[in-house]
Design a binder for this molecule. Structure first.
Ligand code: SDX
Length: 377
């Protein structure tokens, strides 16, 4: 008996997971039962990925081993580096990332393996390489020499080092690490669902991850953080924010960084990113961005909070990434760096208890139509 049609699968339970729990009414997010706020405060991105991939926090030695394994894999395979340095310099970073993640499958001797232990090994390599890909591409498109990874640094620190050629301050490194933690996993969001759909055919991890990167680029999903920054740059002054927003709402435009299919309350990740954004904006002389954001939030609260439309993860991540010094078109690729951790966890979970995704469809077309010869049409 088919379940009734729900557009966009709204409200349809399409999988089970032990990784992240979301209560959209109460604004709760937990990774394996741990509230996201505790992880943002006490954990690291590497530890959070271990938690999601193993359903528990690591012991000290396990974390040291996991971290050392990742750091040993930061370098790009030479053929991928050669491909990267021939990519068009004006390619959009998300298109470059989709291409490079896919390319990793070209040099894997056993790309199609779907046994979980082997997939885990591939996942670690992808997790370690994606930040290098992004930093290298950014250097390449500027015509700058590539900065080789430093295996003494964490994923967050090393990314900023390879991007800028200088080690980040502890504050910036920690801010990046917290952003990665907050973006790692989030239930069956569109890109994670895409990865699970693809791997459910027993296709390979590279195909699943490539599909996920493609999904995340969309402005209704991961692309929203870039949209927020474009909006903040378009608003001329803090005092101009309210009119700008009300005008867009009047035209039924969607305000980037607001609303969510599941959260009908404040996205708990936005709570933490708001604090981080304010701290970094103060440190870097960007308080106008933060104050514009506050005005936007106040205007939206008055206009649409009653409809359950609140800031989501993308709203304050934009200001945070800007203050860390990231160019606008690297905001969504930042989401890729983090969400590779969640996508891999879901790919492993799907493979551990797989059933091919093949939903039904209501046919609404005609029946009993006879073929009309072309001369009679
Ligand atoms: C992410 O799924 C995940 O978990 C995603 C994510 C993750 O971690 O993976 O959390 C990351 O993708 C966050 C969302 C980022 N996207 C944006 O910020 C883009 C702007 N947001 C909207 O496009 C929208 O809120 C969605 C796409 C996020 C959710 O849309 P839904 O659930 O399909 O809701 P809808 O479009 O049907 O809107 C319901 C109503 C509509 O009004 P009515 O037609 O009923 O009068 O709310 C309105 C919408 O117009 N609405 C908005 C709005 N979002 C919804 N109005 C103005 N601005 C908005 N942002």
């Amino acid at each position: 008996m088919a379940t009734p049609y729900s557009k966009g699968l709204e409200g349809v339970v399409a999988a089970e997971t032990k990784m992240s729990f979301i209560d959209g009414e109460k604004g709760i997010l937990e990774y394996v039962g741990i509230p996201i706020g505790q992880l943002a405060e006490h954990s690291t991105f590497e530890e959070t990925v271990f938690l999601l991939w193993n359903s528990r926090l690591p012991k000290k030695g396990e974390l040291a081993d996991f971290t050392a394994t990742i750091r040993g894999l930061y370098d790009l395979p030479e053929q991928i580096e050669a491909m990267l340095t021939r990519l068009p310099k004006d390619a959009q970073p998300m298109h470059a990332m989709r291409t490079l993640v896919s390319a990793l499958g070209l040099i894997d001797p056993k790309p199609n393996a779907t046994d979980v232990p082997t997939v885990r090994q591939k996942a670690v390599k992808i997790l370690a390489c994606v930040p290098t890909m992004l930093a290298y591409f950014h250097r390449h498109r500027q015509g700058l020499p590539l900065i080789r990874p430093d295996a003494s640094l964490s994923i967050a620190e090393n990314f900023l080092y390879m991007l800028n050629g200088a080690k980040p301050t502890p504050t910036m490194a920690r801010a990046m690490d917290v952003c990665l933690i907050l973006h790692t996993d989030h239930g069956l969001n569109n890109s994670t669902f895409s990865a699970r759909v693809v791997i459910s055919t027993l296709s390979d991890i590279y195909s699943a991850m490539t599909a996920a990167v493609g999904s995340l680029r969309g402005p209704l999903h991961g692309g929203a953080n870039e949209g927020v920054m474009v909006m903040l740059n378009e608003i001329p002054t803090v005092d101009g924010a309210e009119a700008y927003i009300l005008d867009k709402l009047a035209r039924k435009d969607k305000i980037m960084g607001f609303g969510h299919r599941v959260y009908k309350s404040y996205d708990p990740r936005a709570t933490h990113l708001k604090v981080l954004a304010k701290q970094l904006a103060q440190d870097t002389g960007n308080m106008d961005l933060y104050e514009k954001s506050s005005r936007i939030e106040k205007t939206m609260a008055e206009a649409v909070a009653a409809k359950g439309i609140y800031p989501n993860v993308d709203f304050y991540s934009a200001t945070t990434y800007h203050c860390i010094g990231l160019p606008l078109d690297l905001f969504t690729p930042m989401f890729v760096i983090a969400r590779v951790g969640g996508w891999a966890a879901h790919i492993i979970e799907q493979l551990s208890d797989n059933r091919l995704f093949r939903p039904d469809v209501d046919y609404t077309g005609p029946h009993a139509v006879n073929y009309t010869p072309i001369d009679s049409r």
